[in-house]
Ligand binder design. Structure first.
Ligand SMILES: CC1=C(C(=O)N[C@H](C)C(=O)N[C@@H](Cc2c[nH]c3ccccc23)C(=O)N[C@@H](Cc2ccccc2)C(=O)[C@H](C)CO)Cc2ccccc21
Length: 205
């Protein structure tokens, strides 16, 4: 898995791959590693799929319940703190989760990293998952940010056997979030980037 989140001029970008594995068996190339908690919050998943899916769905439920009770939304800090509290409660019980919680609230856009050790960090850039060492960061315009996110995940899926499938990209801004790409096949990207590098010319240029 390769998940990437970074702050840039116009908000926060999340970019992830879509591969699931069971040991050396590739169990899926189409999983969704970004969970749409509500129209202001997104979560990313790396590690145990069931652990991530269960506890991020639990967080989404908590956010909705809070909103109905209090008539206002949880801040990104509060939502990420809630998840941290759960993971601390289950520390050393075998959960495997490396998540990002990103979203927008009254104080702007925020990005947090939370993992099964109970670590919670606020930051401008995180990359989580087996392919994270291949993904890099820069502060860019939206177009450049999207291109970077796509290239970073593509590059990671090209190198990391446990990452692959399609690239999904989300942009978080002051009005919530927009889904930029819902699935670009990394094989198509491979030929597109190879073409751009002139490696796969048609031979008579
Ligand atoms: C086929 C499949 C799933 C699957 O293959 N589950 C296995 C058991 C799983 O959890 N795989 C992990 C790797 C793994 C297996 N056993 C573990 C025990 C502890 C920790 C990790 C693991 C994985 O792909 N994780 C993805 C993240 C992911 C995958 C699916 C959904 C959310 C997040 C990832 O991090 C990279 C592939 C590197 O491991 C999960 C899922 C959700 C929705 C639809 C299909 C599937």
């Amino acid at each position: 898995t390769t998940t990437l989140g970074f702050v840039f001029k116009e908000g926060i970008l999340l970019a992830v791959d879509s591969r699931a594995s069971m040991g050396s068996f590739l169990s899926s190339e189409q999983v969704r590693k970004v969970i749409e908690i509500n129209e202001y919050l997104l979560g990313t998943m790396a590690g145990g799929a069931a652990d991530c899916q269960y506890w991020l769905a639990y967080l989404a439920n908590h956010c909705r319940t809070y909103e109905l009770k209090n008539g206002s939304k949880l801040s990104v800090a509060a939502a990420s703190k809630f998840l941290q509290g759960i993971l601390i409660g289950y520390k050393n019980s075998g959960l495997s989760m490396g998540c990002m919680i990103a979203g927008t609230d009254l104080s702007g856009q925020h990005l947090y990293y939370i993992d099964n050790d109970g670590m919670r960090l606020k930051g401008d850039i995180f990359s989580v998952g087996s392919g994270s060492t291949y993904a890099y960061d820069m502060i860019l315009s939206l177009t450049e940010a999207v291109e970077l996110g796509v290239r970073a995940i593509y590059h990671a899926t090209h190198r990391d056997t446990a990452s692959g499938g399609v690239v999904r990209v989300y942009h978080i801004h002051q009005n919530g979030w927009t889904k930029v790409h819902d699935g670009i096949d990394v094989v198509d990207l491979h030929y597109k980037f190879a073409q751009q590098k002139g490696l796969v010319g048609d031979g008579d240029e």
